[in-house]
Design a protein around this ligand. Sequence first.
Ligand code: MEV
Length: 310
Amino acid sequence: MRLPVAASAPGKVILFGEHAVVYGRPAIAVAIALRARALLVPSDRLRVCGRERGGSAYVWAALRRLWDGPAVDLKIASDIPSASGMGSSAAVSVSSVASILLSRSEFSVERVAREAFEVEFGVQGRASPTDTSTSTAGGAVVISPRWEGERLWEIRKGKKRWRISRVQIPEIPLVVVLSGRRSDTGKMVARVARALERNPSLWSVIDSIEDLVREAIGPLRRGDLESLGELMRENQRLLRELGVSHPVLERIIEALEPHVYGAKLTGAGGGGSVIAIPRDRKKAVDAALRAGFRVVSTSMSPTGVRQERV
Ligand code: MEV
């Protein structure tokens, strides 16, 4: 066993397809240049960030699932705002799993993606592998029932199957605005499930999201910002119909509107963040700040999970 070991993994934003992807439909996500870091060190008792109880449910779930060695402390540091729709829990799950597998010399990127998905699924009760696979792979990723680019791995759960492909895309300029309201993924995913049960006609919204995601792959490869912006607006309209937007997210989108090709919530919604493709970055950022919101300065990141020096 090798201790101490450390690993890090990036956050993500979903460009298109959140929620529908939980039902096996496609989504497109990109890793971002904000990371979580996990450091696994020997300890007198099993601890997370120095404590025997409390702390991240995702880290405890990773330890419970994978750790069977002597007592360790799994310490996490993250620069991804939590509950912001930016994949903080995925990055924490991925880096935790990676550090454990590294300590046993069992690390492989695909194994990390699988185990981290199980960790997230276990904690949230329902999940797609979008966040954990994007954080593991880095770059731009399509999650779909079929292969859409370079094949990475396939993940199954029950009757659902997701194929994770890497797509090569040019750098897409992004502005990320924080709403200041927490986005609880488990709660929002459960809310959509209940809405679909109560009102089966909402399945047509899921179908429309699927069509839109397929339509977005071409413009994404070409870097056609005008078309991508239009598709973002449409995706936001459909997410609103699903009931996962929030007045504060709508206020952000309204403030950004004159300065962006398009904007939408990203992640589970109900709070969290808005992503936008700026026509003029400075004007878009200023408009969000003037409206009283925090802007996260980040960009796409090609680097997924990786070992760190200790
Ligand atoms: C959360 O970032 C994205 C959702 O689609 C949930 C999931 O895919 O697990 C809302």
